[in-house]
Design a protein around this ligand. Sequence first.
Ligand code: SAH
Length: 401
Amino acid sequence: MKTITLREGKERSLLKRHPWVFQGSIAKGGGDVGETVRVQAADGRFLAWGAFSPASQIRVRAWSFDEAERIDAAFFQRKIQQAVAFRQRLALDTTGIRLIHGEADGLPGLIVDQYGELLSAQFLSAGIERWKDVIADALLAATGGQYLYERSDTNARQLEGLPMVTGWLRHPPVPEDGSHRATEVTIHENGWQLTLDVAEGHKTGYYLDQRDNRGHFARLVRRLGCQTVLNCYSYTGGFSVAALAGGAREVTSVDSSGPSLARASAHVALNGFDPAAHTALDADVNGSLRRFLEEGRRFDAIVLDPPKFAPTAAHAERAARAYKDINRLALKLLNPGGLLLTFSCSGGVSADLFHKIVAGAGIDAGVDGYLLQRLEATADHPTSIYFPEGEYLKGLSIVRK
Ligand code: SAH
């Protein structure tokens, strides 16, 4: 067993069960890609078992803080069973569920979503990559599923020095005609039907973390009687379907991805709403908000769900300006009494900072608002109490005065 010895004083974060060891904390030792290593303090005290990642700034990710624990196939089977059992206890009323959420489930670098009978996974760290086969089998065993699609095509893989990989990882025997199961699937969420393609969609195929917020939005649109709705960064139109379900008369989805917008329009029809009530706009959000202002357009409700502007705290300042800008424009575009749902999924922007950014946007827009609710990711995207960085999605629902 290879050993990693930390510099003096660098044991503190592992003692607090934070699972990452940065390159600069290591005094000596190394390992192969994804190899299990013993991490010890400068005085030789055991701290954790972890996976070594020679290419990454996060040089070791902890598997366990228990010296007696063995990191073997049974370890991964246990972790996966525990994660799946937790989701079952949540008894979510949906067929799209996040089964494994990285650090929160004790499996740093593993993301798995279940979409009906399909599992879609991202293997994002060297340690997870090394145990891929064991993990794939354990996922099928824990869920009773047969289909597992791999979407290891994100930048995080590059930081780990791993190649991009996509395709079926598990599939029942392919019939003689060679046909695989389609990568498209329909899920149920908040009583709506939504389709996605695990091969073509963003991330694993869909943004399940916003499920509750989409439901929240539908209820608020109804309660407040919002008629005209602007869904910015709409992706496949989850919030647009929510708006129509809430009784909106006119919904505009804006996204820079044509295929996502095509699916958004299909979702309107699939859920029995009038296609004429929905406009899909393939455009940049910032430019569109400015144009709407110039044209004097106003909306009863606006959703802002942008991509991650700040991957880490180091990007927070530039990201803050970008968030402030779109929130200022959106607040100006709201009719008095209108509703704004605004989000940040940047790990580098805390909930507190995000609130301050939106407050600043309100001052610049000359608009005050009632803060209705603080929003976060759904319960199947939990965070570990030891890992506050895991809390990435934060949002506010605001009613303009
Ligand atoms: N709200 C969506 C998820 C949004 S993900 C849901 O509920 O499913 C962020 C989206 O922003 C992606 O679909 C991406 O294509 C889009 N996007 C990124 N940059 C953009 C830009 N500058 N203008 C418009 N859309 C953008």
